[in-house]
Design a binder for this molecule. Structure first.
Ligand SMILES: Cc1cc2nc3c(=O)[nH]c(=O)nc-3n(C[C@H](O)[C@H](O)[C@H](O)COP(=O)(O)OP(=O)(O)OC[C@H]3O[C@@H](n4cnc5c(N)ncnc54)[C@H](O)[C@@H]3O)c2cc1C
Length: 412
């Protein structure tokens, strides 16, 4: 049977789905509001790290542009501040990688076109949907955080917050030496927020993404409010002061003479309300619209899951489109059964990390600092949020994990 699939939005979700479908010769059209040429010189979109499970999925999609070891990183360096700071490392089973999405998305758009996909460039509004329903057997809405996604109702039972839990300030910086071995640093300033430092490939080579996750009302929130353009020097000095006070293992690697934002567009400030939306709506009697990526589940970026989940869900949806002929409510149930364990685990785990830590979580962190195998498992679980959530979903599970490790250490 001929299947005509329409995708709205050419982010990671829409493009991974489109590339999967083209590998199976399914006719597919992406309608999106940004041409590939519009990305160079535009404002930073995000600072996304792809974990090794996503890199493996990309290889399956034929995306092989950045498989160079010089662009990879290998571990997480954890720092927990406080009266007795903890500093430890966890390794991945295989390398991870972060590429500036202003490079990544246009490259994938070109790959999609080269694979026989069609792209139409325009902004889609709610009133255009009935026309799209007439053209396609299934419409996938992967428009990220924009308003079109609000056509899917918000699921209150899975969306506990009504406002951002962190005020974000993220930029691409120069003048920071990589940690050794090259890795992402996750630095926690208790009660104030977190810093995620990511070695990132951008237009002119490697730079350092600093993603400050600042607790509203705390000492670091100013980083999400201050204008760089109004006072570039004052902004950079404030970043340095906050790094020194709250995130010292990153501060120690800063070369102050070279430290700065790569360019004035390489800074993004704001906040995200973690939200889950319904999986589909009927556009007419025969055609459904399915929510994908951030439209379906948007999460705070603290543990770097949104794009990795969008990719996972895109390929699950693609596999089901290839396997099935009828795109009805039962079709979406099958997709949800396969995508949701991982996607919702990522969201719940992220939400747990946004809340003040429980005593059990603090105990886990303390134990990780002295138990390398535990830190490695926690780190590699960034690839498998459902496994992380199996470990963290309740205090009893955290205690069971700690007991298991104690037995393993005693036996070693
Ligand atoms: C600072 C920051 C850091 C992050 N770090 C990570 C990380 O380390 N790891 C991770 O996995 N995730 C991370 N994320 C999350 C990640 O960026 C998102 O989850 C992911 O990009 C969502 O992809 P998407 O395809 O669903 O949506 P998007 O990437 O937002 O794509 C939406 C597409 O739709 C188009 N569009 C929008 N509206 C319309 C319309 N009306 N008509 C036509 N086209 C439209 C847009 O132009 C775009 O092409 C981070 C996010 C932020 C903000």
């Amino acid at each position: 049977m001929d299947k005509r699939i329409g995708i709205i939005g050419a982010g990671v979700a829409g493009l991974h789905l489109g590339l999967h479908l083209r590998r199976h010769n399914v006719p597919v059209t992406i309608v999106t509001d940004r041409e590939p040429e519009a990305y160079a010189g535009s404002r930073l979109i995000n600072t996304v790290a792809h974990h090794h499970i996503t890199l493996e999925r990309e290889r399956g999609l034929g995306i092989g542009h950045w498989d160079d070891r010089d662009h990879h990183y290998f571990c997480h360096h954890h720092y927990f501040g406080g009266p007795q700071p903890l500093h430890f490392r966890g390794d991945f089973a295989a390398p991870s990688r972060a590429v500036d999405y202003r490079l990544y998305l246009p490259a994938l758009m070109r790959d999609f076109i080269a694979a026989g996909g069609e792209i139409e460039y325009r902004q889609v509004a709610a009133e255009d949907l009935s026309r799209l329903a007439a053209r396609f057997d299934l419409v996938v809405v992967s428009t990220g955080k924009g308003v079109l996604g609000h056509m899917f109702d918000h699921r209150e039972e899975l969306s506990p917050y009504d406002r951002p839990q962190r005020m974000l300030s993220v930029g691409l910086y120069t003048g920071i030496r990589d940690a050794d071995p090259r890795g992402v640093t996750l630095s926690v300033s208790p009660g104030q927020g977190e810093l995620i430092e990511i070695p990132t490939l951008t237009f002119d080579g490697m730079a350092t993404a600093l993603l400050f996750e600042n607790i509203p009302g705390g000492d670091l929130e100013i980083l999400a409010r201050m204008s760089y353009d109004d006072d570039p020097k004052g902004f950079i000095q404030t970043v340095l002061d906050k790094l020194e006070a709250h995130h010292p293992t990153v501060y120690d690697r800063v070369d102050k003479a070279r430290f700065g934002i790569r360019g004035s567009v390489d800074l993004l400030q704001g906040g995200i309300v973690p939200t889950v939306r319904q999986s589909y709506v009927a556009l007419d009697d025969t055609t459904l619209a399915v929510a994908l990526g951030d439209v379906h589940a948007v999460m705070d970026p603290m543990v770097g899951q949104g794009a990795n989940m969008a990719s996972h869900a895109a390929v699950v949806l693609g596999e089901e489109i290839v396997a099935q002929d009828v795109f009805d409510a039962r079709f979406v149930e099958t997709v949800d059964r396969r995508r949701n364990d991982r996607v919702l685990s990522a969201l719940r785990w992220t939400n747990l990390m946004l809340a003040p830590p429980s005593d059990d979580l603090l105990m886990l962190i303390g134990t990780m600092s002295a138990d390398r195998a535990l830190a490695d498992e926690f780190t590699d679980n960034f690839n498998y949020p459902e496994r992380q959530w199996d470990r963290l979903a309740s205090p009893a599970r955290i205690r069971a994990w700690l007991a298991e490790r104690e037995t393993a250490r005693a036996a070693a």
